[in-house]
Ligand binder design. Structure first.
Ligand code: COA
Length: 187
């Protein structure tokens, strides 16, 4: 089992026993208003966990990590990874935090660790993310991490009963490496 660690977090694959903790923050309609999936009950979360791949790095599947705060030993969010193409060198990433843990740098810390894993361990070439143009905290997060805005699709997604725009942000391995080098030089 892949387990990643940061200063404050353990990042490990989701399991069925996490369903209550995941339901607690994923069911928040306000926080998750820009997401395509909001569970109505624990069974929805159980189905969601069962639908995600048990195995990491399988083309055309989603893999789900949960983020555990080491101090309190509690799940505070998750990161989903979509292994996109047949070549298996490109992935899509998404992050959701429990609202009680917003604005404390947890998402930055977790996504940064997962991106290192994707580029350096799994040898990915490109990571993308898809964001609603009104989702400002998500835009700030990915711009801080060095993603570039590559596209603004007009009304390209039908979500929660209406057509919405979609921003696509991306970063290449060489850009991530460059960013890591300049960060280390500053430290
Ligand atoms: C997207 C989401 C994960 C971002 O969470 P977040 O709390 O804004 O991100 P972080 O945990 O990295 O916190 C960053 C903020 O904390 C501040 N911060 C405090 N301590 C920090 C630290 N040690 N390190 C970095 N930032 C820190 C930063 O200044 C930053 O604030 P700013 O955005 O005003 O500049 C969160 O808003 C969310 O769960 N949204 C709902 C789900 C969703 O829509 N996801 C996107 C679709 S996949």
């Amino acid at each position: 089992m892949v387990e990643l660690e940061t200063k404050r977090l353990i990042i490990r694959p989701v399991s069925l026993t996490d369903k209550e903790a995941v339901f607690e923050y994923r069911s928040d309609q306000e926080i998750n208003k820009y997401q395509s999936w909001i569970p109505q009950n624990i069974q929805d979360v159980e189905n969601f966990i069962k639908r995600t791949s048990r195995q990491l790095n399988v083309p055309e599947t989603w893999f789900q990590f949960v983020l555990i705060d080491k101090d309190i030993d509690q799940i505070i969010g998750d990161i989903g990874i979509h292994f996109l193409d047949e070549e298996n060198r490109q992935v899509e990433i998404g992050c959701t935090l429990n609202k009680h843990f917003h604005n404390r740098g947890y998402a930055t810390e977790a996504v940064e660790r997962v991106m290192d894993f994707l580029f350096f361990d799994l040898k990915k070439h490109r990571v993308i993310t898809s964001i609603d143009p009104q989702n400002n905290s998500s835009i700030r997060l990915v711009e801080c991490l060095g993603f570039r805005k590559e596209a603004h699709f007009m009304e390209s997604l039908y979500l929660n009963g209406k057509w919405v725009d979609d921003l696509v942000y991306a970063i290449l391995k060489r850009e991530w490496e460059q960013r890591r080098l300049s960060k280390h030089a500053r430290e």
